[in-house]
Design a protein around this ligand. Structure first.
Ligand code: ZN
Length: 410
């Protein structure tokens, strides 16, 4: 197994979560009687370039299958985040009706719809057919395919389509061949174009032990230092970076062609590189005790759930998302004795079952009917929003629980 970026042989295990089913595959009732596929989930740190990455080569087209159930538009906070981004970008870079915006992993058009409101031409690229269909029905042109250098040449450059803005949220860490992907960005970008990508920040993952953000759909776990180097190798230069609260702490990077001198380099770039270095991210020691910290969380989950069961408490989970599946699967929680069911706002997930654990997913009304003593917030990054939305559980003495970075009962 060689590093995806620099091709050095990988030796150093960052964390071994043993194995996991594809985290976004919610099971239909008739699938409960069928065998489930588990893929190894072992993450390595490259000692040469420090890219943290998954070791297995599960083919991307089997992960993002046509049954992929994540529709971005079902998260109101994510929509608000997208709208705020679009307003900011239009204000800062003055995009207009003669600009071209291309979003990679455009999902159901949750973000491009806001550029469309400004009458800015948009194009989405997404490999998942059913979410792309929703985008197309909203009038957002979308190509159903994986993005990479070959795609950028054939579908964009050869057709004289080049972008004033290429953006991608939560896609950079999802691509198996990150070098080829960034090469494609270079090909599809106008001479004075802007690139932004958002991805979870590895520094926050390590500091807050967010091991449940590790799943098969993520091939890389990225620091700013490493991303900057990967982009530089393809002739793209960072000119700004912002830290965002999304997904437990993300980065939004701003890149341009290396030869484009029309944009100033923000002091944010040097400041973040310095902070990552000060945190120790350039040293292998930084990555070495993560496994042990993850195991401590597993024991805390067990202690909490077993005690709740022995005390006769009712426990449910909120949020049938990939994070929760990673946590429950790694901790070996299966069946409905410890967690009776999970709830999710998305109708695409209701009446299905979480992979591996087979915990049923119900609608939000089930909370008031069941009156649980504990609601485990599986997407802990949305703790504030969810606990506000479900504050009525206080009426019967219900409490919220999160496990990351440590057990917290509120
Ligand atoms: Zn490497």
């Amino acid at each position: 197994m060689k590093c995806r970026h620099c091709k050095t042989e990988l030796h150093h295990v960052f964390v071994d979560l043993v194995n996991c089913p594809p985290s976004n595959d919610m099971l239909k009732p008739d699938q409960l009687n069928e065998p489930e596929v588990f893929y190894p989930l072992k993450i390595f740190t490259c000692h040469n370039c420090l890219l943290v990455q998954v070791d297995e080569m599960r083919k991307a087209d089997s992960i993002f299958n046509s049954e992929y159930t994540y529709f971005s538009s079902f998260s109101t906070s994510w929509l608000a985040h997208a709208k705020k981004y679009v307003d900011m970008m239009v204000e800062r870079f003055r995009f207009n009706a003669s600009s071209q915006v291309i979003e990679i992993a455009s999902n159901d058009g949750y973000l491009l719809q806001y550029f469309k409101e400004y009458n800015i031409p948009v194009l989405g690229v997404d490999p998942t057919a059913n979410t792309a269909e929703v985008a197309i029905s909203k009038g957002i042109p979308t190509i159903v395919d994986f993005f990479g250098a070959g795609f950028a040449q054939k579908h964009l450059a050869d057709k004289q389509i080049r972008a004033d803005l290429i953006l991608g949220n939560n896609v950079l860490a999802h691509v198996p061949d990150i070098n080829d992907f960034v090469k494609g960005v270079k090909i599809a970008l106008k001479d004075t174009g802007v690139v932004t990508f958002e991805f979870p920040h590895l520094m926050r993952l390590v500091e807050e032990c967010q091991f449940d953000t590790i799943y098969h759909e993520h091939f890389s776990y990225l620091s700013f230092t490493v991303v900057k180097r990967i982009f530089e190798n393809q002739g793209l230069e960072m000119f700004d970076v912002q830290e965002l609260p999304t997904h437990g702490g993300s980065l939004r990077i701003f890149a341009k062609h290396t030869g484009d001198h029309s944009k100033e380099i923000s002091p944010n770039v040097a400041a973040l590189l310095k902070r990552e270095e000060a945190a120790g991210m350039k040293n292998m020691n930084y990555y070495n005790d993560f496994q042990q910290r993850v195991e401590e969380i597993k024991y805390a989950v067990w202690e909490f759930l077993i005690k709740a069961r022995r005390d006769g408490r009712k426990v449910i989970g909120y949020g049938a998302a990939a994070k929760g599946n990673t946590l429950l699967n790694y901790c070996g929680v299966k069946g409905t004795d410890l967690i009776q069911f999970a709830v999710d706002a998305s109708p695409h997930k209701q009446n299905r079952y979480l992979p591996a654990s087979h915990i049923p997913v119900r609608d939000l009304n089930s909370i008031a009917e069941y009156k649980p003593d504990y609601v485990i917030i599986l997407p802990w990054n949305l703790k504030k929003e969810i606990s506000e939305q479900l504050k009525y559980i206080r009426d019967w003495g219900g409490k919220f629980v999160t496990f990351i970075p440590e057990l917290n009962i509120i």
